[in-house]
Design a protein around this ligand. Structure first.
Ligand SMILES: Cc1ncc(COP(=O)(O)O)c(C=O)c1O
Length: 388
């Protein structure tokens, strides 16, 4: 079996999540049915909601179960934008960042293309951290016209953390709703939704050890983003459709474990991550650690290997039995330059030479050592393989 160092793309199913899922699959009953079997699956669903709420410092009524991060981001961004403009208020400005995941950038750009939204991106420092002066300037300039601010809590390529409570505080001057994509934050940094003052926050189960296809949009009780799907009125009428209690139960189990182990795990992974970075830069002195010096979560190491191409590096590492990623993959799995690296100010050639190593709860020192050994072997080949 290969060494898996691509935990930001998806991570292993946790035993607790598997157990919760398989037990729930033995139940029968639509959680909306009034009979006893429906009531028992509803009980499980509501217990799962309580558990997820507790893991992220939210009220139980704020957890809207859905299919994951992409849906949550689309719902929050389009839904808040539409609700802000419901009464003809002309709040057309969206503030975001070029280093967001495509599940944020694309709905924002869809609103710009199809619904007249005006998008402004914050600036970043070279290490990927948000330049709060640029955010302040955008808020001051566009304040009353801003429909929402959407900035991710932790960047999934670099691990860079944005001070989301500070964003919310700055936005409060004009009562601007703030959404955060917390998909890469859950299980990696402490999250307290209520203390943050956020309007909405997207979560995804498969990044913390639940199966793919479950997540939640956390929506403040005072907010009502317009729904993307209409139907039976489930989930506060924000996300219609028969509620997926087996996956919700599995997500709750994974989120509980991920948050319970967070401190210890992040300490352990930060040591491994720092060692990976030190050994890589020793081995390849030209390698760039893109987020060096930034405030960041402990599980990402994001490199640029000048003079190489990500796809060659990934292919060669895979042949050596090590799975990593470049960070950005289109639907067909074809690698393009990392838009995150571009957003940080790196050029096209540098952004096409990225490798992202991400660690998870199953990662051991043997895994990271295997990566270093494989890199030592393949880097000279990748350099030669690069087009002149
Ligand atoms: C930061 C971030 N946001 C959103 C998503 C999309 O989440 P999902 O796969 O649950 O749709 C991902 C997944 O790669 C991600 O890393």
């Amino acid at each position: 079996m290969s060494v898996f160092l691509d935990h930001a793309s998806t991570t292993a199913l946790r035993p607790s999540a598997k157990k919760a899922l398989t037990e729930a699959l033995d139940l029968l009953g639509n959680p909306s049915s009034v009979h006893s079997q429906g009531r028992s699956t509803r009980e499980l669903l509501e217990a799962s909601r309580d558990t997820v709420a507790k893991a992220v410092g939210a009220n139980r009524s704020e957890i809207i179960f859905n299919s994951g991060g992409t849906e949550g981001n689309n719902h929050a961004i389009k839904g808040i934008y539409w609700s802000q403009n419901q009464t003809g208020a002309k709040k057309t400005v969206i503030i975001s960042s070029e280093t967001e995941h495509h599940a944020v950038i694309d709905p924002v750009q869809w609103l710009a293309k199809n619904q007249g939204a005006e998008v402004h991106f914050v600036k970043h420092f070279a290490n990927g951290m948000v330049d709060f002066e640029s955010l302040k300037a955008l808020i001051s300039k566009h304040g009353p016209s801003v429909a929402l601010i959407t900035l991710m809590w932790v960047n999934n390529e670099t691990g860079v953390i944005t001070d989301i409570p500070r964003v919310v505080q700055m936005a409060s001057e004009f009562q601007i709703p703030v959404h955060t994509d917390a998909v890469a934050a859950l299980g990696h940094i402490p999250i307290d939704f209520q203390a943050s003052g956020l309007t909405a926050m997207s979560l995804s189960g498969h990044k913390v050890g639940a199966p793919i296809g479950i997540g939640a949009l956390v929506v403040a009780r005072s907010a009502k983003p317009i729904s993307l799907v209409h139907g039976g009125g489930q989930e506060r009428a924000l996300r219609s459709g028969t509620m997926n209690y087996p996956l919700a139960a599995s997500f709750a189990a994974a989120a509980t474990d991920a948050t319970a182990e967070l401190k210890e795990e992040m300490n352990r992974l930060t040591v491994l991550r720092d060692e990976v970075e030190a050994r890589v830069t020793q081995l390849v002195p030209s390698a760039i650690v893109t987020a060096s010096g930034a405030d960041r979560a402990g599980y990402n190491a994001h490199f640029i290997f000048p003079g190489t191409q990500s796809d060659a590096l990934l292919f060669l590492l895979d042949q050596e039995g090590v799975c990593v990623s470049a960070g950005s993959a289109c639907q067909a799995g074809v690698l393009g330059p990392s838009h995150v690296a571009i957003g940080m100010g790196f050029d096209q050639a540098q952004a096409s030479a990225c490798v992202r190593v991400t660690l998870g709860f199953t990662t051991t020192a043997d895994d990271t050592a295997a990566f270093i050994r494989a890199l030592a072997k393949i880097h000279p080949i990748a350099l030669q393989a690069a087009p002149a």
